[in-house]
Design a protein around this ligand. Sequence first.
Ligand code: XMP
Length: 514
Amino acid sequence: MKYDTVLVLDFGGQYCHLIGRRIRENGVYSEIVPHDITPDEIKALNEKFNVKGLVLSGGPASVYEAEAPKIDPGVLEMNLPVLGLCYGQQLIAQIANGKVERAACKEFGIAYVAIDKNVGVLKGLSKKEKVWMSHGDTVFAMTPEYEVLAHTENCPVAAFRHKRKPIYGLQWHPEVVHTEHGAEMLRNFIFEVCRCKANWQMEDLIGKMIKELKAEVGDAKAIIGLSGGIDSSVATAVAAQALGDMLTAVFVDHGFMREGEPEAIKAAFGSYGINFVMANAKQRFMEKLKGVVDPERKRKIIGEEFIRVFEEIAEKSGAEFLIQGTIYPDRIESGFRKHSDKIKTHHNVAGLPARIKFRKILEPLRDLYKDEVRKVAKMLGLPQAIVNRQPFPGPGLAVRIIGELTEDKVKVAKKADRIVTEEIERNGLAENLWQYFAVLTDTKATGVRGDARAYGYVVAVRAAESREAMTASFARIPYEILEKISTRITNEVPEVTRVVYDVTHKPPATIEWE
Ligand code: XMP
């Protein structure tokens, strides 16, 4: 059976893949394709799928830049429904000879749009809608074959549609949770405009991942990097189903894990029925990182050292393939696409060295977001302790200790982190938080202990709420709990004289400090 499918044309926007997953959430299959796909290539995809519509994603470019990513104008003539979002909307307007200009004031963040006509994609919406905007160019006027559906104070054409063809443009991002009725807008497009049937489900994805891994690896052996986090645990469970005892899971203890973590991982996976190797690599990581302060260099060194450890173990076991639990946001933030900006080097993506002794690196979860991974984990029957674990970056505490790493700083960071974790979990806050942890800053501050002057570290506490880590809000932790955390850290970790709470959202900050 062929799935009804909506293609998302990728213009490099941070939220591009989010569009894909929001569509899949509705039981309709979605694939991300390059922005310069041709009408013939779209037709060819119909051999595999039933292509019912196209979404043009947002992107960081301005339609006026010489290098700005373009679309084959023939794509708009295929009689397929089209929805342009942000940059996608401006591109449709430019091709249609509308008036698109660089706005004097860029709109960014929450905005309110006035809906002038609630039809098509905007069906059922009220006169005023809360939306998420993030744009520089603005559409000021459209040609007579288009009608305006919404406006804001700064954008006279915040939404439009073609009068005869199913072509729509929205200035805002319906795929981001901050757009209050974004889900309805996308549903309107998928079901009312494209007339898709919801004939796809998550289980199909697990089957597809297993089939792909089997086909790639064949009769060879593979190793998988297992950090005990949900991503690598799910990737291990999927790979175990595909490869059985041809798979070896490797846990690299680089020394930057949280307190008790290596032991807990050994306990959880030691009895998992797969080959399991624990590599003690504390010393070599610390040596490589000596004197390194720059966060991106830290990430690169850690990424490379991981691979070197994997290569040594693979040589012994005869493994030719390396499997990683990389998920979609890791890749997008590492800037793997042509038109997107690099935010930071995730250790298992852009942190990879140029030369690798593996035949290939395989990433079965590469298109998934964290909460999709959690769904897969539940479907695979992984234990609750793993399904609900908070995400932990591969480089571990190394990116939560600002500045040069030393063994003493690692000890301080571990103790502070344990206190944050204990207090958040003990007080029942963990369930609603994406992540909660301590950061050891490289700032020192004066304090007073007993009657004496003290001079010690500043620890920052970070707790964030998020759905998929692309955006996040700092959590409004009750003062009493912050007070408890601060008192405990300064009492129990004498090297720390001051505790501060991070009240920055993402964007403009990222969740981790480095
Ligand atoms: P940021 O700090 O970019 O993080 O807002 C987004 C999410 O990704 C996690 N993270 C990583 N995960 N390897 C990983 O496996 C990495 O190098 C890495 N860096 C950040 C971070 O904890 C957050 O959940």
